[in-house]
Write a protein that binds this ligand. Structure first.
Ligand code: PEP
Ligand code: MN
Length: 339
């Protein structure tokens, strides 16, 4: 249910509504609007009719049901687009198209620092790099773990770029959050509800990837898991889904951008590297994603892709990445955005 407060309602009226929502066994989430606050009351769907009684409280304008199964992620609760702050100078969901770039995995100090410097020089805003890697095979490189986080922090100190890195289980979530500026939930973990709840309790923005066989509705339900724990700083990432097509690693579903934008206020970014699995196709998909309204891109860049520990075939060399960025400026401008 959404409890819409009257414009200019007093704080004590709002506090009373919050108290009553809790008393009825629901969790309140306040969303501050330009002229009025609305309060999302989420919890057991079966008994939600009792919330209608809040309509008689002082300062309440109306109590309306949220029709979608996702509540806090829904545009019904918040019409304006959400802007998520990552660092002092980077926000996702504003006028700027935000570019996250770097290697699939952190391999060693020289590799991550060379990558960070190269992507920064080309105009990227956030460094990416995996320290805990969720590999399909147990025999593949699993990442440098905490050592990788320390190297990412070093690259941040040197370049000023905030970084995003993956968190693969609830046990290490806090450790990763202690270093990272943004937590990535990978495609393979996007319905790991224990992990989603854990990152929902942390105060770090979350880059949530779409699972490889996830519908849009399931994707938004995963975002809801994070938000219902109190963390509203969620960014959705389309990274390709499994289809019958084998010419690309996945099928990058760019129509997910306008579809999601019609349903949610959360920012939407695109990962053309995992979406295609082939460096030849990355730049065209970057342009298309920005033209279709993406709020950002996450792109794999490696100084020596032929010898990368993971995802070399889809990684751009720094020179190719810089050339892509130069051309991307034109697409960003055409989409009324800045790069
Ligand atoms: C990654 O970003 O390196 C990664 C493993 O991505 P995904 O979860 O989308 O496959
Ligand atoms: Mn990768």
């Amino acid at each position: 249910m959404i409890i819409v407060m009257k414009a200019g309602a007093a704080k004590k009226d709002r506090d009373e509504v919050l108290r009553r929502i809790r008393e009825l066994g629901y969790k309140p989430h306040v969303i501050h609007g330009a002229t009025r606050d609305v309060i999302g009351a989420v919890g057991d769907e079966r008994g939600k009719a009792v919330l209608q009684s809040l309509e008689s409280l002082h300062g309440v304008e109306s109590v309306v049901p949220i029709l979608q199964p996702y509540k806090l992620a829904s545009k019904e609760v918040k019409k304006e687009a959400s802007v998520v702050r990552i660092s002092d100078d980077v926000v996702i969901g504003g006028e700027q198209v935000v570019i996250m770039a770097g290697p699939c995995s952190v391999e060693n100090e020289a590799q991550i620092i060379e990558s960070a410097e190269a992507v920064k020089k080309a105009g990227a805003h956030i460094l990416r790099g995996g320290a805990f890697k969720p590999r399909t095979s147990p025999y593949s490189f699993q990442g440098l773990e905490e050592e990788g986080l320390k190297l990412l922090a070093k690259a941040r100190d040197l370049t000023g770029l905030p970084f995003v890195t993956e968190v693969i289980n609830p046990e290490t979530a806090e450790l990763v959050a202690g270093y990272a500026d943004m937590l990535q939930i990978g495609a393979r973990n996007s319905q790991n509800f224990a992990l989603l709840k854990r990152v929902g309790q942390l105060r770090k923005p979350v880059l949530l990837k779409r699972g490889m066989s996830m519908t849009i509705q399931e994707f938004l339900m995963s975002a809801e898991y994070i938000m219902s724990e109190g963390n509203q700083a969620v960014i959705l990432c389309e990274r390709g889904i499994r289809t019958f097509e084998t010419a690309t690693r996945n099928t990058l579903e760019l129509s997910a951008i306008p579809v999601l934008k019609g349903k949610t206020h959360l920012p939407v970014v695109v990962d053309p590297s995992h979406g295609t699995g082939d460096h030849h196709y990355v730049a065209p998909m970057c342009y298309a994603a920005v033209a279709a309204g993406a709020d950002g891109l996450i792109v794999e860049v490696h100084p020596d892709p032929e010898h990368a520990s993971s995802d070399g075939p889809q990684s751009l060399k720094p020179k190719k990445f810089a050339a892509m960025m130069d051309k991307l400026r034109l697409f960003a401008e055409a989409a009324d955005r800045k790069l």
